[in-house]
Design a protein around this ligand. Structure first.
Ligand SMILES: Nc1ncnc2c1ncn2[C@@H]1O[C@H](COP(=O)(O)OP(=O)(O)OP(=O)(O)O)[C@@H](O)[C@H]1O
Ligand SMILES: [Mg+2]
Length: 445
């Protein structure tokens, strides 16, 4: 019977994760399964070492389409072994890998070949370029294996080579290129293959720092342009932080933490991760939004000088943000307000310093620091409609940049302490009509 299309139940199309790894074990040894059983029973990697090498122990993670997922860890922690199980290059001893919903672990050799051809390509640290082929044909090589005709594969390779900045070197042979250029040909080859998923094992580690940085930026750009899913291995934390949407940290075969760069930096799961992140360039990773405090010391413009003074007295801070509706107008300092009151002025708007820096939540701390140096007043974090989202006092900034332990260091989260003696603040309040003995309540807007 033909069912009219309208009557069919509406179904939501759910895209399966790009990659799912479930409880993966990879053990090298004579009786790997027995070793897996011992590990499952709680024995350590060291305890089973005499029987075999537990390269990967109970690793689980999911990579969503379009994500850059970084696997990071010291040498020997099991990163390469994990990534090789993802495209079936290595069968796991236990556990399962799924690529776009299809099991790699139970795939037949023919299915595996299809997955590798159509879905997953891999870039190694030292990928062998074919020395007798031009840059163009090297980049087109994966398509040649896929049986794509010469003119089409060359056209597609040319397009990608343009993107990686080698458009003018297509006729060169690999020996005429620098190491960095060769690495880019390798990347172009993987990109030209057109697979949704790219596995990159230490793909940039042979590059000198400047070219490496350039490649990282190019990869992020290409990724957002082409929307590929990337699993990237590195033992360089700065690289991991720069590239990763999420990062899995491996130690001795286990994944000890998975999280966004910010989560890993600000909330390391254990000492090992903490040690790893100690020397990362925090300013490049952390954003204004991740360190800001809620905007506690704020007052509506309509509350006038009196309102501003009251908030500063109650919260004992040296400055207050002035709002009109939710719009941030700027901040006034206690000094400026007290001075104005002495001079008989009660116009709050005229006291707002116009040169005050504001930042957006996505600004990296590097930028915030530059501005904070010039400003004694906490930096305001505003959205694109200038609504006040939070503030960053200088001390918070320093704590975020240094490895200051917030548990043991007192960090005033509201703002710099008042620089005007309390008595002077009180007499100003009295001068604008505030009863002197009023208890400290309220926190402004
Ligand atoms: N084919 C193999 N046979 C035996 N042991 C192996 C094999 N491949 C890897 N191992 C062992 O498994 C462990 C993890 O190796 P792996 O190559 O995955 O580490 P890695 O994190 O990639 O290290 P690196 O940063 O040095 O590349 C190591 O102890 C290694 O010696
Ligand atoms: Mg490796």
């Amino acid at each position: 019977m033909q069912i009219p299309a309208r009557v069919l139940p509406r179904c939501t199309v759910t895209v399966p994760p790009a990659i799912e790894a479930k409880n993966l074990f990879k053990v090298f040894g004579r009786n790997p399964q027995a070793i897996v059983n011992r590990l499952r029973a709680g024995e350590t990697r060291e305890a089973v070492a005499s029987a075999g090498t537990a390269a990967v122990i109970d690793a689980s993670f999911t990579v969503q389409p379009g994500e850059i997922f970084v696997i990071m860890g010291l040498s020997g922690s099991g990163k390469s072994t994990v990534i090789r199980t993802l495209n079936g290059l290595l069968p796991p001893t236990a556990g399962e890998v799924r690529v776009q919903g299809q099991s790699v672990t139970s795939a037949s050799p023919a299915e595996l070949r299809r997955i590798r051809r159509a879905s997953v390509s891999m870039v190694f640290q030292h990928f062998a370029l074919l020395p007798h082929l031009s840059v163009l044909d090297n980049a087109a090589y994966a398509l040649e294996i896929q049986g794509v005709g010469k003119s089409e594969r060359r056209a597609r390779a040319r397009e990608i080579l343009d993107k990686v900045g080698l458009g003018d070197r297509v006729e060169a042979t690999p020996d005429e290129l620098s190491g960095g250029m060769r690495q880019r040909v390798g990347l172009a080859r993987a990109l030209t293959a057109g697979t949704d998923i790219l596995l990159m094992d230490e793909a940039f580690s042979a590059l000198d720092p400047l070219i490496r940085r350039e490649m990282q930026e190019q990869l992020v750009e290409l990724q957002s342009e082409l929307g590929r899913t990337i699993v990237f291995i590195t033992h360089d934390l700065n690289e991991a932080m720069f590239l990763g949407d999420r990062i899995a940290v491996m130690r001795d075969g286990r994944i000890v933490q998975t999280g966004t760069p910010e989560e890993i930096l600000t909330d390391p799961a254990n000492d090992y991760v903490a040690q790893f992140v100690q020397d990362v360039d925090r300013a490049r990773v952390l954003t204004a939004g991740s360190v800001m405090a809620p905007p506690a010391a704020a007052t509506p413009l309509s509350a006038g000088v009196r309102g501003a003074l009251r908030v500063m007295r109650d919260l004992q801070v040296g400055s207050v943000a002035v709002l009109e509706g939710r719009r941030y107008l700027g901040s006034v300092s206690d000094r400026a307000v007290v001075r104005a009151v002495k001079a008989g002025s009660t116009d709050l708007r005229s006291l707002i310093s116009t040169a005050q820096p504001v930042v957006s939540p996505n600004d990296p701390l590097t930028e915030v620091v530059e501005r904070a140096v010039e400003s004694p007043i906490p930096i305001a974090v505003v959205d694109d409609q200038r609504r006040l989202l939070g503030t960053i006092p200088r001390v918070t900034l320093l704590a975020a940049l240094g490895n200051v332990d917030p548990q043991t260091t007192e960090i005033p989260i509201i703002g710099a302490p008042s620089s005007v003696p309390q008595a002077e603040l009180m007499s100003s309040l009295v001068a604008v009509g505030e009863p002197a003995g009023r208890p400290a309540t309220g926190r402004g807007a």
